[in-house]
Design a binder for this molecule. Sequence first.
Ligand code: NAD
Length: 334
Amino acid sequence: MKFENALQDYAGKRILVTGGAGCIGSNLVRALVKADAERVTVLDDFSSGPRWNLPNHSQLFIVEGSVLSEETLNKAFSVRPQYVFHLAAHFANQSSVDNPEMDLMVNGLGTLKVLQHSTLADVEKFVFASSGCSVYGNQAPLPLKEDFVSLHLDTPYQIHKLLGELHCNFFSAYYGLPVVIMRYFNVYGPGEVPGKYRNVIPNFIWAALQKQQLPITGTGEETRDFTFVDDIVDATLKAGVIPEALGEAINIASETETKVVDLANMINELTANDNGVKFVGRRKWDKIVRRRASIEKARKILGYDPKTGIKEGLKKTLDWFLQNRDKIEKSARF
Ligand SMILES: NC(=O)c1ccc[n+]([C@@H]2O[C@H](COP(=O)([O-])OP(=O)(O)OC[C@H]3O[C@@H](n4cnc5c(N)ncnc54)[C@H](O)[C@@H]3O)[C@@H](O)[C@H]2O)c1
């Protein structure tokens, strides 16, 4: 019962989604307007999520600007949101290696500022998008469980995601801010435009649609726990309203390992791309050979049960690419 009704709890509520134009954010925003939220405010600077990713809806309001800008934050918080989903981020590993200061600003200071404003606004729940691909480092035993967090991380992005969690915990303990931390794993789905700094799935699909060889950075035997965005959104909505989630950090994953070479072959098959794969150099920071999360905690607290397997998820993602091909081409930054 407590699990089934999660969506209804957002009806009539005022909600702020930072980074709402991104892959996860745009899908979350769609779910929230469908749930009859009174007002969904998106704060986004559109640096990686395009504006066209957002639906036109009378309950949706856009505040364009950065989480680093007091003026933008004042505007977004002026309507006193009851729920804040903080998803805005400088994305992701390679980008943070190339631009570590920007990563610290957006993912460190930006998160601190959103926490400060949320505390002043007395929000009912603050949900933070952390990363299970970040905080466990490269030595943790599989499946990855929430209590193993590493101090030896591989990129500034990973360090700053952990910093965000530490700030969340401080605001919870010191100011009593009601916080939930979501540790997402390898999210994919409609809404993610490919690009130099984007994830493997949109980039493979885009390359396959151009009939190119898919570039594998490593041996291809590496595994990841790819999680479809609808499952991520479902868990995030539940985390916002289920009381037992309060103060917790929770893995959200598919609990399934997929080899990168198998992923590439699936995408080539789906797109009828005969050009196969090519092996390019491993990225120096990318030390994770296998990744699989435990979602025992999410099952227990949230009633989370991932529904979309990799083949179905890839098909839905490809459909989105085909429907939005021109817009994607204009927005992709390689
Ligand atoms: N996609 C994944 O695999 C994954 C995995 C773990 C955690 N996460 C986290 O989940 C969140 C959402 O991820 P996503 O995949 O949707 O990423 P995304 O890049 O698609 O979305 C992030 C959004 O934040 C916006 N943004 C960036 N800098 C900003 C700034 N300074 N001010 C305001 N907005 C800004 C971007 O324009 C974009 O719309 C991020 O915090 C990310 O770190 C994602």
